[in-house]
Design a protein around this ligand. Structure first.
Ligand SMILES: Nc1nc2c(ncn2[C@@H]2O[C@H](COP(=O)(O)OP(=O)(O)OP(=O)(O)O)[C@@H](O)[C@H]2O)c(=O)[nH]1
Ligand SMILES: [Mg+2]
Ligand SMILES: [Zn+2]
Length: 313
């Protein structure tokens, strides 16, 4: 039988078959996934083959095979450990919820998130939430950000999870797909999910991870079916995606507007910092590349994200 993993505890996996029936499954044998040392071979979102076995009086599912993943997100299981934990796989899109106030979402956070999504190969969509509370200056700022990120190629929507404004657009974008929601604490993830699908009770980040800072305990994601034919993956305790280690020379590839300019730089390994005849620096000077984006890029390349990483991104 063929199915998708909706939940995992590390030993048991809840798999939904193509007929829509849920089975509690175990894994048989060893699964090796190329290039990654993972503490868990099967993750939420995985497409699997499984069979039903009779063990005594009990009927249990046994996962026998995992299909190739289109993408997956990981996090280190313990700080500094080489072992990684796969949080979820086969994600069609991720929505980053952004607010200008209560709380303020900084462009450094947005840019790091978007770069990580690029590295993971997951399409990202920006949702500017709490549109109902902004004054004129803030609205102006939202529109500038929308224009900035749309020009780069990201889809943006302005919404209010409180008034329901523009929510249909998001439901349409989600239909038939597996989505994730991310964003700082308080931006409205739970409110939005409750609005979209009132009968799904998702617990998002209720436990403060403060005391666990830097430790990164195992996080289990869970997938939910929404009534309009969408799937949503919830990853408690993660406001972004887990972590990816990026080499300084690949970070530029995850900023689409910088990547497009790279071939015009004098050096093909240009980091766009102090190299001569750099197309990115030129574009920055004439305003074609935004200074906030460039600033985020430099921050990431020069490794100033270490404190940020501690911040359970
Ligand atoms: N005015 C206004 N308030 C909102 C909107 N969306 C959410 N809120 C409020 O913002 C607060 C935080 O919303 P939550 O949905 O709990 O935020 P969250 O992103 O789930 O936060 P964590 O679970 O801590 O990660 C709540 O008081 C919501 O009522 C909105 O569009 N407009
Ligand atoms: Mg929440
Ligand atoms: Zn350059």
């Amino acid at each position: 039988m063929r199915g998708i993993v909706y939940k995992s505890t590390g030993t048991w996996y809840t798999v939904k078959s193509e007929d829509g029936e849920f089975f509690e499954c175990r894994i048989k044998g060893k699964f090796r996934i190329k290039d990654i040392k993972s503490t868990n071979p099967v993750a939420v979102g995985d497409k699997v083959l499984f069979k039903i076995e009779q063990v005594g009086d009990e009927v249990v599912g046994v996962i026998t095979e995992i299909e190739d993943r289109s993408n997956y997100i990981i996090r280190k299981s313990v700080k500094l450990s080489k072992q990684t934990h796969i949080i979820a796989a086969n994600i069609d899109q991720v929505f980053l919820i952004v607010t200008l106030r209560s709380p303020k979402t900084y462009t450094a956070f947005i840019d790091r998130f978007l770069a990580t999504a690029e590295a993971y190969d997951i399409p990202a969509i920006l949702l500017f939430n709490k549109m109902d509370i902004y004054g004129e200056t803030e609205l102006q700022e939202v529109f500038e950000l929308v224009s900035l990120y749309q020009d780069i190629g990201y889809t943006c929507h302005c919404i209010s999870a409180k008034t329901g404004s523009n929510i249909e657009v998001i439901k349409t974008a989600m239909a038939g797909k597996t989505s994730m929601f991310a964003g700082n604490s308080g931006v409205g993830k739970s409110t939005l999910i409750n609005l979209i699908s009132p009968d799904v009770d998702i617990k998002t980040t209720e436990i403060s991870e403060q005391h666990l800072q830097g430790q990164h305990t195992t996080t289990f994601a869970e997938m939910y079916d929404l009534d309009f034919g969408a799937r949503i993956i919830d990853t408690p305790g993660i406001k972004g995606f887990g972590m990816v280690d990026m080499d300084p020379d690949e970070i530029g590839d995850y900023f689409p507007e910088l990547f497009r300019l790279k071939s015009d730089c004098k050096f093909n390994n240009c980091l766009h910092l102090d190299e001569p005849n750099c197309a990115v620096k030129r574009a920055l000077e004439n305003g074609e590349v935004s200074s906030s984006r460039y600033g985020s890029y430099v921050q990431m390349v020069t490794g100033k994200e270490d404190t940020y990483r501690m911040d359970s991104f």
